[in-house]
Design a protein around this ligand. Structure first.
Ligand SMILES: Nc1nc2c(ncn2[C@@H]2O[C@H](COP(=O)(O)OP(=O)(O)OP(=O)(O)O)[C@@H](O)[C@H]2O)c(=O)[nH]1
Ligand SMILES: [Mg+2]
Length: 211
């Protein structure tokens, strides 16, 4: 897939302030610092697109990025949105802020009409974390289609990464019937980049304009 254009569009405080739902949309969500913004930059091949940081909790709004891609040579282009959502599980936030976050994301996840798929990002360096499994359970219960993206695979040896993915899958199968799509990635090495883009392109073909 060729990236013809990838630009930041707008940050919105709530789902009703988001851009017109006239094209397919994908949302990145996951624990604070898991690598959401970095992966968006890796997909776009532009390190300056989404702000990344060592300080967790930077992203507080619904951030829309507009992508124009060509799935393959001679094909026509596709326009779609990528959304960077605020990370969850940031310990230093107050309870009130966390409540706000959960209200905003819940509404976004259940009411956004053009949302094709949520990409739930999981840090591949760790064994299954309760907070991630709970978030997956919530998506499943709300019938929000999601893909699992394991991040930062360059940071650990591959055996540990494989073990963590297997353990996460086993834990998931205890709470839902089928496993979602899973893609292992590294924003640093661009591992899994083409897989994610190809999956998005496949999902793009299923979009029906709700307008
Ligand atoms: N080695 C390595 N580091 C990564 C990778 N992805 C992200 N990082 C680093 O992890 C830190 C957090 O990355 P971000 O992309 O800002 O994480 P985020 O999920 O957007 O964080 P919030 O917006 O705070 O929720 C940064 O220091 C990144 O450089 C990766 O694939 N490999
Ligand atoms: Mg971020």
């Amino acid at each position: 897939m060729d990236i013809l254009q990838a630009v930041y569009l707008i940050s919105s405080p709530s789902v009703d302030k988001c851009p017109l739902p006239d094209r397919p949309e994908y949302a990145f969500i996951g624990r604070s610092n898991v690598g959401k913004s970095s992966l968006i930059n890796a997909l776009a091949m532009n390190e300056k697109l989404a702000r990344t940081s060592n300080t967790p909790g930077k992203t507080q709004l619904i951030n829309h990025f507009s992508f124009r891609t060509r799935p393959e040579k001679d094909a026509s282009y596709e326009d779609w949105y990528l959304v960077d959502l605020p990370g969850y599980g940031f310990a230093k936030r107050s309870q009130a802020t966390r409540k706000e976050w959960s209200k905003m994301t819940d509404r976004y996840l259940t009411e956004r009409p053009n949302l094709m798929q949520v990409f739930l990002l999981i840090d591949s360096r760790h064994s299954p974390q309760k907070i991630d499994l709970e978030f997956a359970a919530k998506l499943y219960q709300q019938q929000v289609a999601y893909t699992l993206i394991f991040t930062k695979t360059d940071k650990e040896n591959q055996r540990t990464v494989a073990k963590n993915i297997k353990e996460f899958s086993d834990a998931l199968l205890k709470q839902q019937q089928f496993l979602p799509q899973m893609i292992a990635t590294s924003a640093l090495k661009k591992t899994g980049r083409q897989k994610v883009l190809k999956w998005i392109s496949e999902l793009n073909t299923e979009f029906q304009n709700p307008e």
